[in-house]
Write a protein that binds this ligand. Structure first.
Ligand SMILES: Cc1ncc(COP(=O)(O)O)c(C=O)c1O
Length: 359
């Protein structure tokens, strides 16, 4: 029907979620299209949900998520007023963008990167300034610095970058921070932080005390494996966090998500082992693919990028036929999540076949 609405909405691209595993007769199929964690929830986390939450789902959650906030503030050595939780880090990013930008304002970020950025920026009525990545898929830091102007209200850095899985160096992060005016915020989206093995990587927390205009977004969705519960968090200056709270979704983070996050923070060692195993699987896949003849930028997230360009469509069909749903960016490439061992073996097989086909 025709209804009155903000015209800007018509320009927003719809978020395309990673497709579910394709249906294939006989063999099991796999979803490796959303950078999820392939491990089942830890028993202690499951127990915390069952024992601590199910009895009072008729009640609203603690809107501020104090238990989680306090735990994180102790962990990072910052005041609780410098921490906030959101309904996934997607909501954290949304809060920040709607806090600082509106019509006439610009948000500068690398592209291609997390596909929610342009959607959220357009939803706020602001303008996206997308700075094309370098040929290896990493941020073009000179380009990002050159894009700054009086209209810039936020700069987003994504480390490791989704979908290219590249890392941002500490040196480059510092270059950006030196160039951005001190009253313009810089978001370090570190959703895949725990998988980043780059020895020269930027760690936003290292710059945090030096630059009060930094906001750090982390999530429990990836390394912690809680994507379905929707909880992420931000660290920032107390007044920025206060502003983010004002535009947050009231009661957005459920009690189940909060209790699961707390229980996960108790078992960091177990989760770290899982992260290490994903990192090992990642190295194995990428080394094998390179031996097959693929050129792949060193990946630092729980996923890697095949820069297939025009060959993307042909390759995508082969993955689907093999019972694998991967993330396809038409004409650009394919992002593949490191998944279950069998899924990874199948990825290697498909890639071998693609090479044999001359791709
Ligand atoms: C770079 C990046 N940031 C943020 C997110 C948001 O994750 P969530 O909302 O589950 O915390 C994602 C999810 O894929 C991502 O890739």
């Amino acid at each position: 029907m025709t209804y009155l609405h903000r015209p800007i909405i018509d320009t927003i691209p719809a978020y395309r979620q990673g497709k579910p595993a394709p249906i294939s007769a006989g063999a099991r199929s796999y979803k490796i299209s959303s950078n999820e964690n392939p491990f089942d929830p830890l028993p202690s986390v499951r127990r915390a949900i069952e024992e601590q939450t199910l009895g009072h789902i008729n009640r609203y959650p603690d809107m501020r998520g104090w238990d989680v906030v306090e735990r994180l503030s102790a962990r990072y050595g910052v005041a609780p007023e410098q921490v906030t939780v959101g309904c996934g880090s997607t909501e954290i990013i949304t809060q920040l963008i709607s806090l600082v930008s509106g019509p006439g304002d610009e948000v500068v970020y690398p592209w291609r990167s997390f596909e929610a950025y342009p959607i959220i920026v357009a939803g706020a009525g602001a303008t996206s300034v997308q700075v094309a990545n370098l040929p290896d898929g990493s941020h073009d830091v000179d380009g990002i610095i050159a894009a700054l102007n009086d209209r810039t209200r936020l700069v987003i850095l994504n480390n490791p970058n989704n979908p290219t899985s590249t890392s941002l160096s500490a040196q480059d992060a510092r270059r950006v921070m030196r160039a951005v005016p001190s009253n313009v915020l810089v978001l370090f989206d570190e959703a895949y932080f725990q998988f980043n093995t780059d020895p020269s990587t930027s760690v936003a927390m290292d710059l945090f005390r030096e630059y009060p205009n930094i906001v750090i977004a982390h999530t429990f969705s990836k390394a912690y494996g809680l994507a379905g519960l929707r909880i992420g968090f931000a660290l920032g200056a107390a007044d920025v966090i206060e502003g983010m709270r004002k535009v947050s979704l009231p009661f957005g983070v459920t009690d189940v998500a909060q209790k699961a996050a707390l229980a996960s923070l108790d078992v960091d060692d177990e989760l770290h082992e899982r992260v290490l195993s994903i990192i090992e699987r990642r190295s194995h896949i990428v080394e094998t693919l390179r031996a097959q003849g693929w050129t792949i930028s060193e990946p630092y997230g729980n996923f890697f990028w095949l820069a297939l360009g025009e060959r993307t469509d042909v390759a995508a069909k082969e993955f689907v036929e093999a019972g694998l749903s991967v993330r396809v960016f038409d004409g650009e490439g394919i992002r593949i999540t490191v998944g279950e061992p069998e899924a990874n073996d199948r990825v290697i097989e498909v890639c071998g076949k693609l090479k044999a086909m001359g791709l």
